[in-house]
Write a protein that binds this ligand. Structure first.
Ligand SMILES: [Zn+2]
Length: 255
């Protein structure tokens, strides 16, 4: 009896969360008004250098993301002058629940519910309510050479990004933030997870280019610029990336 009641309550919560997220999703992918994005910086370690770096962050640090969306939206005939509006939210000193990479379906569902509860507790902002919240965990590059995988949740419009706490990586951090932001808007990965190579043709910025390699730009959801059939490079900034036709379709820019 209790078990059935618990399942019923859980189902009601799931339906509510699902419908709420669906409505926000419809609103954010109609592209009739700017999608408001809040970036929450979080120190991922106890390094004083990480905290010092976080103190230098301003809205300007993330402005290239707005430029990237503005220029690419224009290319697809979106009339909005500012399709994405990125605001810097306050620093958080709590870390979000760790996603179960390679976990079972059930573990992923439980994590996504945990994540929503966590966002409900910590994700408020002053001013207009954001549509999308990106939590950026900054790591001191002197403490680690690589960072964990970032993730963007399409249901819930939440992203968790792992970034390096250094000015030299700021432009590349923005590439990762734009990629996860696009996931929250419905875009899918366009690379082979086994090899990290962009998948042809959707993961190529210019699939018709001759010769095909090297490509001049990276398709943002492929994450890398194909240099040869077996090698691809991470773009150093959003200037080297663009939104390909398939991604544009997935986020509602084209029919
Ligand atoms: Zn991805």
């Amino acid at each position: 009896m209790f078990r059935k009641l618990r399942i019923l309550i859980l189902l009601i919560v799931l339906v509510n969360v699902g419908v709420g997220a669906w409505l926000t999703r419809v609103r954010t992918t109609s592209w009739t008004s700017p999608v408001r994005v809040a970036v929450f910086p979080i120190p991922a370690d106890d390094s004083p250098a990480t905290r010092d770096y976080l103190d230098t962050l301003t809205r300007e640090t993330f402005a290239p993301i707005e430029t990237f969306f503005r220029e690419d939206a224009k290319h697809y005939g979106i009339a909005l002058t500012s399709p994405v509006d990125v605001a810097l939210a306050r620093r958080l000193d709590v870390r979000p629940p760790v996603p179960p990479f390679g976990g079972s379906r059930m573990e992923i569902v439980l994590w996504s519910l945990d994540m929503r509860a966590w966002v409900w507790r910590h994700g408020d902002v002053d001013g207009p309510r954001p549509h999308v919240r990106i939590f950026v965990l900054f790591h001191d590059p002197r403490l680690r050479v690589s960072v964990p995988h970032s993730v963007g949740l399409p249901q819930g419009l939440i992203g968790v990004v792992h970034a390096f706490a250094t000015r030299h990586q700021a432009a590349q951090n923005n590439v990762v933030i734009a990629h996860e932001l696009l996931h929250t808007l419905g875009a899918k990965d366009k690379y082979d997870p086994e090899t990290n190579q962009p998948i042809f043709p959707d993961g190529f910025a210019d699939p018709g280019r001759s010769p095909r390699y090297p490509q001049e730009y990276a398709e943002i959801m492929a994450g890398r610029r194909p240099v040869s059939p077996s090698h691809a490079e991470m773009p150093v900034s959003l200037d080297e990336a663009l939104i390909g036709p398939k991604t544009a379709q997935e986020i509602g820019w084209t029919p």
